[in-house]
Design a protein around this ligand. Sequence first.
Ligand SMILES: Nc1ncnc2c1ncn2[C@@H]1O[C@H](COP(=O)(O)OP(=O)(O)OP(=O)(O)O)[C@@H](O)[C@H]1O
Length: 774
Amino acid sequence: MGPDEPQNQTTLTQPLAALREQTLQRLRNSLRLGQQSMADWQGGQLAVSAVPGAGKSTGMAVAAALAIARFQLHGKRQLVVVTFTRSAAASIKGKIRENLKDLRLPQNSFVVYTLHGLALNIATRHPDLSGLNLESATLVTPNQSHRLIRACVEQWIANNSRRYSMLLEGRQFDGEETERLRRQSVLKTEVLPSIAQIVIHEAKSSGLLPEDLWRLSQQTPDEYEILAIAAGLYEQYQNVSRSRNFIDYDDMILAALRVLENDAIRKLWQNQFFAVFEDEAQDSTPLQFKLLETLAANPNSPNLPLNLIRVGDPNQAINSTFTPADPVYFNQFCEACQITDRLATMDQAGRSTRIIIDAANYVLNWVNRSQLTGAEQAFRPQMIRPVNAGDPQKDANPNPVGRGLEIYTPRDIYHTVELIGERVVELLTQNPTHSAAVLVRENRQGTFVAQKLEYLKRNHGIEVYDVAGSDRHSHVPSEILAILQFLDRPHSPDYLKSALEVLVKRQLIPTQDLNALATFPEQFLYPGPLDPQQTTSVKQARKYCANLLRARLELPHHQLISFLALTLNYDQSDLATADKLTERIAKQTHGNSSMNSTLEALSEIVSSERFEPVETEDADSRYLRAGQLTVITMHKAKGLDWDYVFLPFLHEDTLPGSPWVPTAAQFLGDFTLAEVARAQIRASLHHKPLPMAMEAWDQAGHLKTAEEYRLLYVAMTRAKRLLWMSAADKGPFRWNTFSGHASDNLQAKKPCPVLPALKSQFPRSVVPLSALLN
Ligand SMILES: Nc1ncnc2c1ncn2[C@@H]1O[C@H](COP(=O)(O)OP(=O)(O)OP(=O)(O)O)[C@@H](O)[C@H]1O
């Protein structure tokens, strides 16, 4: 954070200018070499490529204060700092404020925004130009089951019978009626919604319109015309959102860009904003970059260089397989800046002990050499270096605890958690002021770890904080909605399927082919004597549904939600959320509490962004408490660090995993349509020839592999003093269907391929089980 030197002993007689000069020097000297390149910025464009733990935000906060002083910025000529999350925005804002206070410079000389916050601010100031009216619009993040996506899929089906029957036909089809209905269900509830969600977002964030997709679709002669399907869905999506007044996050950026098309207004903003500093630049989409570029331009001479600093680490790009952000763009920006000698690197980091840095560098090189990721390398070849002697960071590159890097091969996943428990007790008892975390690849693993380690609190006073568990109450409204929709229309295959999905997710009924059950709701719910015998799993599912339907008849309407919350086995905090939901709906439907009005109010709540949990600064510090064991996903751990980091379950089937076509959709071919369309769009954006379906699928696989290894790299670089890694010999077939009961069969598992390589490179880090017996 701030520098460690003692505060200046100032006297009122000392002239302000000299005092400020001293403070500027002190601030600059509090930075290490790489950070100083940012602090010495004299205008123009600068790319900063940094490694994990290099101190990007620390450097940027000082650079911002120095630029404000150097260019004498003020309320009408400000510096804009852009970060990726709200919590990062709050934290950097605090740091800049402190620095400005020391410098006695005006606090209104800068603003900090997230990209969307910035866009929203511009768009709402000029509603006439942006066409954005937040009073009447609802902000949505449509997932596959969102009613906006559903509506656009239904309309597309109604208007595109030829393309739809081609899909139904698939690779081959004998015309059998049950199979036709099953395929219809899969297309309507899985395949088409997934194309809509993934492809529309990809295209829209890259600045493409439906007509651009139509044009692209003419360049790919594939049998299903996947890009034409995507273009049609995109068109419907735009129509439906317009008519219902929904806007998504891309619309906010587009609205701001529309405002800035107006010459006078654009100049106004360009005058207001002297320069733009962007953090986490590897996560921006092309459309977001366009917004920053526009604002950073000189209002009077557009040909002058932009006043823009972009700081990022392409090796920590871990959102590219589910958002259109792609490390390629930031890498390209770095390369463009390098040509004019405007690329700085921050490759020294003080976070981790030496051996952890060595292990992370080793993984990076190993993956880049492995050719597992096709033509494109997963990582920018950028090594992390420890800091020099006398670095300003306190306890930089600390001494290791234990072996610094420890690699285990437990017998199975139960044994894994036992070993973690024992090690945590040892470590936190010896060093109660240190922090520890278990980083997992998926939430289900986190729940398992948290459950098995519950005893730590009871027996040793060590708090286990399960981040996913405490955030889960945000799922309550959508789960209740799915069940209520089914209760309202039990014979709708779509609603039945969604309700069954909730029951499976809550582990109330066994996992099974839900399309088969949902195809004939009547036959499933009320089987006649001539119908085929139901299997045990189907019977369990039916019994559950029948109970729900009975409750609908027997219970007064206002008790239904509380009943469902109990039935779904919610924990205390989920139950509290359900209660709040009931209250809110009662208020909204006051005087008209019918099933219809309840459903309407609930749909609004579920689709409205305002109900989503908000990230706050507090959340981060909650994850980092000393003496606590935090259980968190690798994705969420980005940007954070702990003294001890545990990475269990590093198995090949989840890390890197393999691209996978759901059994239900295999009638369409050995690829998923959404990923193929996405890879085709990506190729076109990068000015490459459009791949055919199978080649596109391979490319999608390479992208996923590359991203998974970057995720592992992010996870490893969260550790300061001890990095504990393991892949057990046995684990569950799939985590999302694993109940955690000892009766579930475990299978032999292969480790993530880089793990054996790490073991041979760091033999002293391999902890044999025999060493643990005493
Ligand atoms: N010049 C400095 N003086 C003192 N401490 C520093 C300095 N630079 C960074 N640090 C400390 O190093 C740690 C890492 O910094 P920061 O979180 O900014 O890194 P980062 O580059 O954002 O890391 P990552 O990308 O891995 O999340 C922080 O605790 C920060 O306070």
